[in-house]
Design a protein around this ligand. Structure first.
Ligand code: SF4
Length: 362
């Protein structure tokens, strides 16, 4: 394995030298758009292994990080206004809202429970018919089919005390939004492995040609990530921009049609706000009319809160890859995983958390 990694690294260095010599770029920005890649790259020290002229930047691949502060504020308003129990994943508990967090509200006695799977929320609703249960649904194409399954189950069982607050988002629209932003200047994408297993590579067709950008779907082992970086350099060398799968054991061009169609049985596209990226047309998912009786946003309406990010927190710029976590003045000082100021330091897939865990001493 060591030999294989060394030989990929040598090839990366050769290709890079050649490309810099030919003035194809001075610095090549490669963005990963999956929180698990962010963690793997930091953990295995891949930034330190490859030439300095290849800049690995992190994008909007962490679902907790891209959920805008307004959604946290709204769900807090709901639990203040209505007698309902909210189920959510652990990371969401600590994400700061404008004035509070779900964890702080739980400490104040509000009914908030951590779940490990969406079915925990559904099971609780079934066995507690006198209680109103809201599942705070978060995540990209990987987790959306699970939410779709529980909504269908709730529909079949005619539950009237189970609701979903959808913050689900779809990635391809976000990639287009990033590429349209002239401040970012991405030369290659390490495409997400898990999301692509559902969407398939065909979902990204059009991006490489439209933007002249290399797109490679990568696995998560260090040698696979290096092979994917190598593939990006090869595409640039040959001006042969396309979507390439380097995670063939899991990702197919057509994706997982069953899981994908399940998503659109239950949800329909809607415009969605992303932390850092703002409103992206068609990048969110809301429940279809058939399932509107389960839609927490309709059943528990609240006014749009006045939300603002924590002063000095630059999560928005981190998510767009404009700055590195080290560039935030709060990083490792007033903002740490024990005392996070922004979402990117909270989540186990957040860029600031990854840098703090694996690179703080570098
Ligand atoms: S280090 Fe903390 S305050 Fe700074 S951008 Fe990251 S999460 Fe926000």
């Amino acid at each position: 394995m060591k030999k294989q990694v060394e030989s990929i690294l040598e090839e990366i260095k050769d290709l890079n030298k050649n490309l810099v010599f030919k003035k194809k770029y001075k610095t090549l920005k490669i963005m990963e758009v999956c929180g698990t890649h962010t963690m793997a790259i930091a953990k295995h020290g891949i930034r330190q292994l490859i030439p300095a002229s290849i800049d690995l930047i992190s994008g909007p691949g962490c679902p907790v990080c891209v959920t805008p502060i307004r959604e946290i504020d709204k769900i807090i308003e709901i639990i203040k206004k209505y007698d309902a129990t909210v189920f959510t994943f652990g990371d969401m508990m600590r994400v700061p809202g404008t004035n509070s967090s779900l964890l702080a509200e739980k400490a104040r006695g509000k009914k908030i429970k951590i779940c490990y799977s969406p079915t925990d929320a559904l099971d609780f609703a079934e066995s507690n018919p006198d209680k109103k249960i809201i599942f705070l649904a978060i995540g990209f194409e990987t987790t959306i089919p699970l939410t779709a399954v529980i909504v269908k189950r709730a529909f079949e069982k005619k539950l009237n005390n189970f609701f979903v607050y959808s913050t689900h988002k779809t990635l391809p629209q976000a990639l287009n939004a990033l590429l349209s932003d002239s401040c970012i200047n991405i030369g290659g994408f390490l495409m997400p492995g898990h999301v692509s297993a559902i969407t398939g590579s065909s979902m990204y067709e059009g991006i490489p040609q439209k933007y002249g950008i290399a797109c490679v779907i990568s696995g998560f082992e260090p040698e696979n990530i290096l092979l994917s970086i190598h593939a990006i350099l090869r595409q640039i060398t040959g001006n042969d921009f396309r979507v390439e799968i380097m995670y063939k054991s899991v990702v197919r061009p057509e994706g997982n049609p069953v899981a994908f169609s399940l998503i659109f049985d239950v949800f329909e596209p809607a415009d969605s706000e992303w932390r850092g990226l703002g409103l992206i047309l068609g990048s969110g998912l809301e429940l279809k009319k058939k399932f509107e009786g389960f839609d927490a946003k309709k059943i528990f309406p609240v006014a749009n809160p006045v939300s603002c990010e924590p002063p000095g927190c630059r999560c928005g710029d981190v998510i767009k890859g404009i700055i590195k976590p080290f560039d935030c003045k709060k990083f490792g000082k007033s903002c740490t995983p024990e005392n996070p100021v922004g979402a990117c330091m909270v989540s186990s897939e957040g860029t600031c958390a990854a840098y703090f865990k694996y690179m703080a001493g570098i």
